[in-house]
Design a protein around this ligand. Sequence first.
Ligand code: SF4
Ligand code: MG
Length: 329
Amino acid sequence: MTKLLEIDQLSIDFANGSCPIRVVGGVSLELEAGETLGIVGESGSGKSVTSLSIMRLLPEGLAKVAEGDIRYRGKSLLNMSESEMQKVRGNHISTIFQEPMTALNPVFKIGRQVRESIRQHSKKSKREAHREAIALLGEVGISAPEQIMEAYPHQLSGGMRQRVLIAMAMASNPDILIADEPTTALDVTIQAQILELMKKLQKERGTAIIFITHDLGVVAEMCDRVAVMYAGQIVEQGDVRTIFKEPKHPYTVGLLNSMPQFSGEKTRLEAIAGQVPHPSEFLPGCRFAQRCPSRMDLCESVEPALYDFGGKHKCKCHLYRRDTDAAHS
Ligand code: SF4
Ligand code: MG
């Protein structure tokens, strides 16, 4: 069966004079119809760049896909013409981003912006689009949609603006919604409401979601599977239950230990000391080595392989080397 989306050994370079810097290296991911995949990691891990590359929205001249492929229903997005790609963006893959203010045009009323997103992918008249816009705003939980149609973005709260953007993203009934930290700028109560809304829409429409976040709590709440990114690579991936119950990678373990515990006794937050290295300082071996409590001699010099634990659970760490691997080095 053709996969909905496949990212295959994707590498992304940032321009840097004559020696480009590799910021994402060898990322492979799959997304099935209707599932929610979380991509989790600290800032600087390459999550957003990876998602921008799916939409072919990397800033031109500054970043480019250097290797690998991205396929939507078996067709390479990287080889498509710009006009084919525009169709994909308008009809099949939609995005919502962290800062809802910058994604809306401040000078146009909400109604005009929602209507235009509807008319971009259908031949509806202005009138029909207007009616549909009102219905969509209602669907995303806006209680007086007719009034909101007449408002300007700055007149709405952050949560309302994000609802409007979700309505615009869903206007084409996409197969895939890429949500990059969509609730990070919102306060906790509003965040919970937006997550609920996304779950509801997914259930009703069967949209697959790629959810990019630094927050494992959000992953637990929203996702079926999760990929943990560190310094431009995926270090562990698997279904959410397995990753929470049996994390294999020391970085995943560190992320889980730094999550606030909501139930039972309060435990001290164990943040992972240090920060993600800059891409120009990646070591030839494991990129987590400087921060890893389980580091061994070979870790800084030898890149770990990706070990497969079955059921799509994979982890890139020397702790899982088998004797046969050792025999080769
Ligand atoms: Fe830690 Fe070594 Fe595993 Fe890297 S490969 S995560 S340094 S044990
Ligand atoms: Mg980001």
